[in-house]
Ligand binder design. Structure first.
Ligand SMILES: Cc1cc2nc3c(=O)[nH]c(=O)nc-3n(C[C@H](O)[C@H](O)[C@H](O)COP(=O)(O)OP(=O)(O)OC[C@H]3O[C@@H](n4cnc5c(N)ncnc54)[C@H](O)[C@@H]3O)c2cc1C
Length: 303
């Protein structure tokens, strides 16, 4: 039986694993995709105290290797269910396997929010993307659009404007939510066009993306915008759908947990972006990881 099963190998999960292993516990990390979580999608991290600059992938790899060197067992399987037994321990289902453990750190993070419009699902990977830094290079010299009004959308547009022919920035409101400085940098670019108070209502294309239909949120008027790439940056949502029947979540799906990372179920602790909190960053994810791991270790004492 494992002492701690960590669900998710992002910064929060890996931090949990490191702390639980250093406390002498047997730890399994379950990861549904590949290690590192969201941070692997950014080429540069410049706000992690003590590290002036590092790529997201290198940051994640360092944490992963640290956890492995301490003895973390890692299985690349998505956790699909948790059962709490009368004795207060757990059985976790993942793929064809089940794992018994005394405690759980849920560090499932967040995933990109979709637009939810016709054509979006079908054209993912064929022009529709949620990661400009991952996929932008495929659109060199092409006309692309970015949807969203926050910092991620503005950063994506700036990044793409360096090598795409044109970048159309589409936002449903009349002003951006992101930093003014980023917006001003964008406004200086000749190849960036703004489509404010516009909503994407349809995405067209068969084999690959051909364009989007925009609707003016004030007048209802529609227009077509031909683009070969569409980068969706409209926020994120917690990746907790599989656990909502067991653990209390808020209306947005975030696991209800305070700074002590305790959830509504004794023995299950929530860390990182998947829990209720105001600031979702590396610093807060790894801080949660340590708090949740030590709470899980304390729970193990009695179970
Ligand atoms: C493009 C981008 C740039 C960013 N830049 C910065 C930055 O510069 N500085 C900063 O501080 N923050 C940055 N962030 C935010 C930071 O990446 C997140 O706050 C942090 O990654 C959260 O860590 P986490 O471990 O809670 O979740 P995540 O990073 O989301 O990791 C969760 C992991 O859990 C896995 N998982 C989910 N469900 C399951 C399941 N059922 N079973 C098994 N595994 C599962 C996922 O596959 C994932 O690997 C950035 C985010 C993005 C998207």
């Amino acid at each position: 039986m494992y002492d701690v099963v960590v669900i998710g190998a992002g910064p929060a999960g890996l931090s949990s694993a490191i702390y639980a292993l250093r406390a002498g516990r047997r730890v399994l990390v379950l990861e549904g995709k590949s290690y590192g979580g969201q941070i692997v999608n950014t080429p540069k991290v410049e706000n992690y105290p003590g590290i002036k600059e590092i790529s997201g992938f290198e940051f994640a790899t360092n944490m992963f290797e640290q956890a492995k060197a301490l003895g973390a067992e890692v299985q690349y399987e998505k956790c699909t269910g948790i059962e709490r037994r009368a004795a207060g321990d757990f059985v976790i289902s993942a793929g064809d396997h089940s794992y018994e453990c005394r405690s759980i750190v849920l560090a499932a993070g967040a995933v990109n929010r979709k637009l939810g419009v016709k054509g979006e699902e079908e054209l993912i990977g064929k022009g529709v993307s949620y990661c400009a830094t991952c996929d932008g290079a495929f659109f060199r010299g092409k006309d692309v659009a970015v949807v969203g009004g926050g910092n991620t959308a503005l950063e994506d547009a700036l990044f793409l404007s360096n090598y795409c022919k044109t970048v159309s920035v589409i936002h449903r409101r009349d002003a951006f939510r992101g930093e003014k400085k980023k917006e001003l940098l964008l406004r200086e670019k000749d190849n960036v066009h703004f489509h404010l108070e516009q909503q994407v209502v349809a995405i067209a294309g068969e084999e690959h993306l051909e364009g989007v239909t925009l609707r003016n949120t004030a007048t209802g008027e529609e227009k077509d915008l031909p683009v070969e790439g569409l980068f969706v940056a409209v926020g994120q949502m917690p990746d907790t759908q599989g656990f909502t029947s067991l653990i209390q979540v808020d209306e947005g799906g975030y696991v209800v947990a305070e700074e002590n990372c305790h959830t509504s179920i004794p023995g299950i602790f929530a860390a990182g972006d998947c829990r209720t909190k105001n600031v979702r960053q590396l610093t807060t994810a790894v801080a949660d990881g340590s708090v949740a791991a030590l709470a899980a270790c304390a729970y193990c004492e009695g179970h």
